[in-house]
Write a protein that binds this ligand. Structure first.
Ligand SMILES: *Cc1c(COP(=O)(O)O)cnc(C)c1O
Length: 420
C-alpha cells in the first residue's frame, strides 16, 4: 500500500480536476459525493477499484469502507458480475425493448424476496421510493403518506432533505412520525383518517449525522397491524440495506412483510438499477401508473443484478459481511477503550456508524476520518459505513492500523489531560 501523503503533496491531479470542475460544474461538485464538506485530505475524484480497495486519481490506495455509498456489496469489479455485464453488453443494452433478462431478474427477485409477487425496474432509489408512493396512492385512491422525521428516502422535491427549490405543494400529503415510536405513527394515522395511503419506513434508523437505531420488532409489527387495519400500504425503503442484512427483504428476520419495497444501491453491485417489489394486493395499482424512463429497460444492469444475486447466495456474502463487520467492530471498540475514548458504534456490524461522546459539532469525527484517510482507509465522518463481502483479513488488519492512528489523532486533539 502506498504511504498516504500529507494531503498537500499527493493530490496534484485531484486539485487540477477540482479547479476545472469549478468552472463547468455548479459548486465544483454536488450531491452526496461532493468532497467540499469532507476533511481536507479527501480526494474528490477516484480512478479505480478492485475488491475492497480503491485508488484516487493520484494513485493513492485505500481500504474501502464506503462501497461507493452503498452500491458495491461484493467488492469492486467482481469478476462474475462484470463477465455477465460484458456478455450482455456484447449483445445490446439500451434497445427498442427490454432483453429477456428482465423476466429472469423479475422471477429471481420474486423467488428471493418473500413478500414479492411482482417486480418493476428503474434507475435510482428515488425512482423506487417515489414509485412505491404513487402505486400506493393509485391502489388505495388515498393521498397521505407517513414518513419518519429525518429519514432519507431520496432527492426528489417530495423527499429531499434540503429546502432549496422546493415548494410547500411538493410536500403536500405527507405526515410525520418518529421512528420506533408507534404512538406517534398512530397519531399521524389518525390525523390522516380515511386518506391514509401508505406508511413508508426504513429497515432501521440510519439518518445521516445521527447514531443509528435498530428497529424495535414490536414497532415493525405495529406498523403491519396498522396497515392491515386501515388498508394502507406498508412500504419498506430497502434502498440502502437491501441484500446487506439478509438475502431477502431486510425485515424478513423480524418476521414482518411489507406490501411494497424499494430497492437500488447494491442489487447490481454498482450497475445502475432500482427495483420496486410488491405483493398481489398492489398489483393493480402498479399496472395502472405510468412510470418509465429512457434507460430503465437497459439490459446490462439487469444481467449484472442476476449475477450479483447468484454470487451473494453462492459466496454466502451476507454471512461474510457480518463476520468482517463484527471483527472490525470488535477491533475498533477495543482501540477506543485503549485510547480511553468514549464512542458510540451503532447500527448493524455491516453498516456501522461511529460517533464520539459529546462531539455535537462532529469536530472529532472529522479529525478521526482525516487521520484514517491519511492512513489509507476511506470512511466517512457523518454517514454510515458499508462493509463489503470482498474484505479480506488483510483488508481488515490494514483498516484497523488506520483506525488506531485515527484514534491517536483524536486523543491528541483532546489533549491527554482530558482523559476520563
Ligand atoms: C440512497 C437512498 C435513497 C435514494 O437512492 P438514490 O439512488 O440515491 O436515488 C432512498 N432511500 C434510502 C434509504 C437511501 O439510502
Amino acid at each position: 500500500m502506498t504511504e498516504q501523503p500529507s494531503g498537500t503533496t499527493g493530490h496534484t491531479v485531484d486539485r487540477r480536476l477540482r479547479e476545472r470542475a469549478q468552472a463547468v460544474i455548479p459548486g465544483g461538485m454536488y450531491g452526496h459525493q461532493s468532497a467540499a464538506a469532507l476533511p481536507a485530505a479527501y480526494p474528490q475524484f477516484m480512478r479505480s477499484g478492485r475488491g475492497a480497495r480503491v485508488w484516487d486519481v493520484d494513485g493513492n490506495e485505500y481500504v474501502d469502507l464506503m462501497c461507493s455509498y452503498g452500491p458495491v456489496v461484493l467488492g469492486h469489479q467482481h469478476p462474475r458480475v462484470e463477465e455477465a455485464a460484458a456478455a450482455q453488453a456484447a449483445l445490446g443494452d439500451c434497445q427498442n425493448g427490454p432483453g429477456p433478462v428482465m423476466v429472469d431478474l423479475a422471477e429471481l427477485l420474486v423467488r428471493t424476496v418473500r413478500h414479492a409477487d411482482w417486480a418493476m425496474f428503474a434507475k435510482n432509489g428515488t425512482d423506487a421510493t417515489t414509485m412505491c408512493c404513487t402505486i400506493a396512492r393509485a391502489q388505495t385512491g388515498r393521498r397521505i403518506i407517513l414518513t419518519a422525521a429525518g429519514a432519507y428516502h431520496g432527492a426528489a422535491p417530495w423527499c429531499t432533505p434540503r429546502p432549496a427549490g422546493v415548494t410547500p405543494q411538493d410536500r403536500a400529503n405527507l405526515g410525520r412520525y418518529t421512528y420506533n415510536d408507534l404512538a406517534s405513527v398512530r397519531q399521524a394515522a389518525a390525523e390522516a383518517g380515511d386518506d391514509l395511503a401508505a406508511i413508508l419506513v426504513s429497515p432501521f434508523r440510519h439518518d445521516a449525522g445521527h447514531d443509528q437505531e435498530l428497529v424495535d420488532p414490536d414497532f415493525a409489527r405495529g406498523l403491519r397491524a396498522l396497515c392491515d387495519a386501515t388498508g394502507a400500504a406498508l412500504i419498506l425503503d430497502d434502498v440502502r440495506c437491501g441484500f446487506r442484512l439478509h438475502l431477502g427483504s431486510s425485515w424478513e428476520p423480524v418476521g414482518v412483510q411489507p406490501d411494497l419495497s424499494a430497492w437500488s444501491k447494491a442489487i447490481a453491485n454498482g450497475h445502475p438499477l432500482a427495483a420496486v417489489l410488491g405483493n398481489d394486493a398492489f398489483r393493480d395499482g402498479a399496472r395502472q401508473v405510468f412510470v418509465t424512463g429512457s434507460f430503465w429497460f437497459s439490459a446490462v444492469p439487469m444481467a449484472a443484478a442476476v449475477a450479483t444475486i447468484a454470487a451473494l447466495e453462492e459466496e454466502r456474502a451476507v454471512q461474510a459481511m457480518e463476520q468482517a463487520g463484527t471483527t472490525l467492530r470488535d477491533g475498533i471498540l477495543a482501540q477506543a477503550r485503549s485510547w480511553d475514548l468514549s464512542v458510540n458504534y451503532t447500527g448493524p456490524a455491516v453498516m456501522p456508524y461511529l460517533s464520539f461522546a459529546g462531539d455535537d459539532d462532529r469536530r472529532l469525527a472529522g479529525v478521526f476520518a482525516d487521520a484514517a484517510l491519511r492512513g489509507g482507509l476511506y470512511l466517512h465522518p457523518r454517514h454510515n459505513w458499508f462493509v463489503s463481502a470482498a474484505m479480506t483479513g488483510d483488508d481488515i488488519a490494514r483498516a484497523l492500523e488506520a483506525t488506531d492512528k485515527a484514534f491517536a489523532a483524536v486523543r491528541k486533539q483532546l489533549g491527554n489531560r482530558e482523559s476520563t
